[in-house]
Design a protein around this ligand. Structure first.
Ligand SMILES: CC(C)(COP(=O)(O)OP(=O)(O)OC[C@H]1O[C@@H](n2cnc3c(N)ncnc32)[C@H](O)[C@@H]1OP(=O)(O)O)[C@@H](O)C(=O)NCCC(=O)NCCS
Length: 183
């Protein structure tokens, strides 16, 4: 297994070409997809676009990407965490998507903290950001618990907007100095 990082309860590893079924199952829950696309992702899209793009990113950005998360104690697949490049040098974007059965146990917070730690301590990043729909309160709570702070509310035009889009998107962030100060 190509382990990216471990926390007390989680193992994050690189996805492989054999992981289609895990991603299809994760994206098949409408509640998981509620603030993302609002609908399950078709298997063909995962096979032809989602997974190939995840694998390609490991080549272009070997320290970053989307990583499968497993429970240390059982090996069970929980979902994924991502640490992605942005258009700003020195700034990365953190994200997460977990199976509903894994919600409410602090896993998203634990994984996000570990990725922020990796970004600052090992990758030399200056800033970590995250964004979500303003109405995605669970995700916003995870951002705050992981140390990110509210930056701005902004609006994006979508041709086919999800319910709640009218409330906008939110960005959260933390700089290296704040992370080092334990803020
Ligand atoms: C967002 C997500 C990763 C959270 O995972 P999780 O493992 O349940 O997160 P945690 O257990 O670490 O924390 C959830 C927090 O949100 C809080 N929360 C839940 N519903 C809430 C609400 N409606 N309003 C405010 N806070 C809420 C919980 O109480 C908990 O905080 P607490 O520990 O202070 O009580 C998970 O819900 C998910 O995968 N959702 C679908 C994908 C998604 O939306 N990803 C984010 C897109 S940017």
């Amino acid at each position: 297994m190509d382990t990216y990082l471990e926390t007390e309860r989680l193992v994050l590893r690189r996805f492989t070409a054999g992981d289609t079924d895990l991603l299809v199952e994760l994206d098949s829950d409408a509640e998981v997809m509620r603030y993302l696309t609002g609908e399950p992702t078709p298997r063909a899209e995962i096979e032809q676009k989602v997974l190939p793009e995840i694998l390609a990113r490991y080549e272009t950005h070997p320290d970053l990407g989307t990583f499968a998360a497993h429970e240390q104690s059982t090996g069970q697949f929980l979902g994924w965490f991502g640490l992605q490049p942005t258009s700003e040098a020195g700034t990365v974007d953190v994200g997460y998507r977990l199976n509903r059965s894994a919600w409410g146990r602090g896993y998203a917070t634990e994984g996000t903290r570990a990725l922020i730690d990796r970004a600052f301590n090992e990758l030399g990043m200056a800033r970590v950001i995250a964004d979500t729909m303003a109405v995605n309160m669970k995700s916003r709570r995870v951002m705050v618990k992981a140390g990110l702070r509210f930056v701005r509310l902004f609006h994006v035009h979508f041709d086919d907007p999800l319910p709640g889009t009218e409330y906008g998107e939110v960005e959260y962030a933390i700089d290296r100095s704040a992370w080092e100060a334990g803020l």
